[in-house]
Design a binder for this molecule. Sequence first.
Ligand code: SF4
Length: 241
Amino acid sequence: MVANQPAKAVRKAARPAKVVRAKPGRRASERIASILETLAKTYPNAVCALRHRNAFELTIATILSAQTTDVGVNKVTPELFQMYPTPAKLAAAPLPELERIIHATGFYRAKAKNIQGAARVLVEKFGGKVPQTIEELTRLPGVARKTANVVLGSWFGIASGIVVDTHVGRLARRLELTQETDPVKVEKDLEKLIPKDHWIQFSHELIHHGRQICVSRKPRCLDCPLEPLCHAADKTWNSDG
Ligand code: SF4
């Protein structure tokens, strides 16, 4: 050990002896298959954490989830959907009332306009029903590719793409599945590597893994079943790391 080496750096470098690395030269497709298998075993019941009873509620909840947690959204949606259970009712709601209900989710003025705007487009363009294509869904205010992929995958079971939120982007980079930071480019890279029949579940599993183990700061690498497959530069081996 170098005498003046910072303690933090020492802790990060000290890997436990029991951890076994992946064999060098392992083919990329085998590595991807191992990642998918490990995630599926670890999170066999991974589903969207936003509470919803239908496609309309999931669309609105996903719009509200921008820049906040699903837990926070789940606290406001029961009142919202009790008072405005259909696109027509939400479209006609008083805007200040919507702002009051969703206030805790942050950016409440913009979000209130978006959810009401989305409800109006659903009523005026789609007969009050949530459409089932990414092109149509992204015509709703507040709905970009990520939200559209959530709705299509989680409610309709349509693998339109891979949901790239902050967790999926971070984990995809740590697992060397992409070097991109732009979510659309990350999604394109992932879609080249991940078989389409895994797209929906892969998104759910990575989001769960990002929340529980591979957190942004101080990922819990000692507890991570993907560790033998991961070469991330910021692996962390204890809570002080
Ligand atoms: S080993 Fe660490 S950095 Fe790699 S995926 Fe697991 S928790 Fe994330």
